[in-house]
Design a protein around this ligand. Structure first.
Ligand code: MTE
Length: 322
């Protein structure tokens, strides 16, 4: 993805030693209460926590008809090869730097053109619909891909609960802004907070998932705990992590990546092997986890989900609306 040069970081953003030490103390305190926070989660998902690893099983979820039967990307790769710039820009940063991140307590603010203009707790979000396991192909704009067994439910369920008004044409998702727990936010690599968006019909498509887990466990911090978006026919950057705000709007949201590189990252971001990124091809991809000599595979239109979502774009110029 496009990364600003080191010289783009403004001096006021460089943390003083004193502030850094204060933060360290606070982060340690946050770490001490991490297991207590995990306990809260275990209560409402009817799961069980492993005190040593901090991993928490989700006991009850159904299998989904929307799953692919392709070989899963190993858990270790899904959870250690990540893009999550709030925790750093290298692939291994998020799994290391998010260890003390606290995904509880958590509330999501529902705003804009919607009847239920209010805060909803993550506990109440879990009550909106039964959980499902959805095995999705995921394609990153950088040219790599994975097959991930997510756990969650269709975003449509939350939207139906929220009751958008006739003015709601788009949905905007905002990730947490907290440079204490998210050290990457002290660097201006993006205009924080991370913002993404979907057109209303895209958001209502049953494939669009609010994910709260993967591999039968609560979402690890580096994958977007406690709740993130998963849109399998679009490039991975549409899947905002650690969502704290969902806003219904009349106008197309300005996303963080559109602001960073408008010629490189469009609003639609549909996986499209015929429209190259200005700096590289999008016609093929490398599956993560298969070893160094795994041949690249052909990228499919809409990442292989054309049957389910192709009609959303009929008549649209997908070169212009990239
Ligand atoms: N969400 C936030 N808040 N911050 C990010 O940097 N990166 C995006 C997306 N969601 C990102 C984010 C990108 S570029 C990708 S490819 C996916 O998350 C990666 O998700 P994964 O690490 O769970 O595979």
């Amino acid at each position: 993805m496009l990364i600003h040069k080191q010289s783009d970081i403004i001096p006021s953003e460089i943390t003083s030693k004193e502030t850094f030490e204060n933060r360290r103390t606070l982060i340690k305190a946050a770490g001490a209460s991490l297991l207590t926070a995990s306990g809260i989660f275990t209560g409402f998902i009817n799961g069980s926590a492993n005190a040593a690893s901090g991993r928490q099983k989700i006991n009850a979820y159904a299998k989904s008809k929307y799953s692919t039967d392709e070989k899963l990307t190993p858990y270790e790769d899904v959870t250690s090869y990540n893009n999550y710039y709030e925790f750093g820009t290298s692939k291994t940063d998020p799994s290391i730097e998010s260890r003390l991140f606290k995904p509880a307590p958590w509330t999501v603010s529902i705003e804009g053109a919607v009847k239920k203009n209010k805060q909803i707790s993550i506990e109440d979000i879990f009550k909106l619909a039964p959980l499902e396991e959805r095995i999705y192909r995921m394609r990153c704009v950088e040219g790599w891909s994975m097959v991930i067994p997510w756990v969650g439910f269709s975003l449509a369920k939350l939207i139906q609960w929220a009751e958008p008004t006739a003015n709601a044409k788009y949905v905007e998702f905002t990730s947490l802004s907290d440079d204490l727990m998210m050290p990457g936010q002290r660097m201006r690599v993006l205009d924080w907070p991370y913002v993404e968006g979907l057109r209303m019909d895209e958001a209502m498509n049953p494939l669009t998932l609010l994910a709260v887990g993967l591999y039968g466990e609560m979402l690890p911090n580096q994958n977007g705990a406690p709740m993130r978006l998963v849109v399998p026919w679009k490039y991975g950057f549409k899947g905002a992590k650690a969502i704290v705000k969902i806003r219904f709007t009349e106008n197309m949201p300005k996303t963080a990546w559109m602001k960073a590189g408008p010629n490189e990252y469009g609003f639609y971001a549909n996986v499209n092997p015929t429209v190259d990124h200005p700096r590289w091809t999008q016609s093929s991809e490398r599956r993560i986890g298969g070893g160094l000599f795994t041949p690249r595979i052909k990228t499919q239109m809409f990442n292989g989900y054309a049957e389910q979502v192709g009609q959303l774009y009929s008549g649209m110029d997908l070169i212009k609306n990239f």
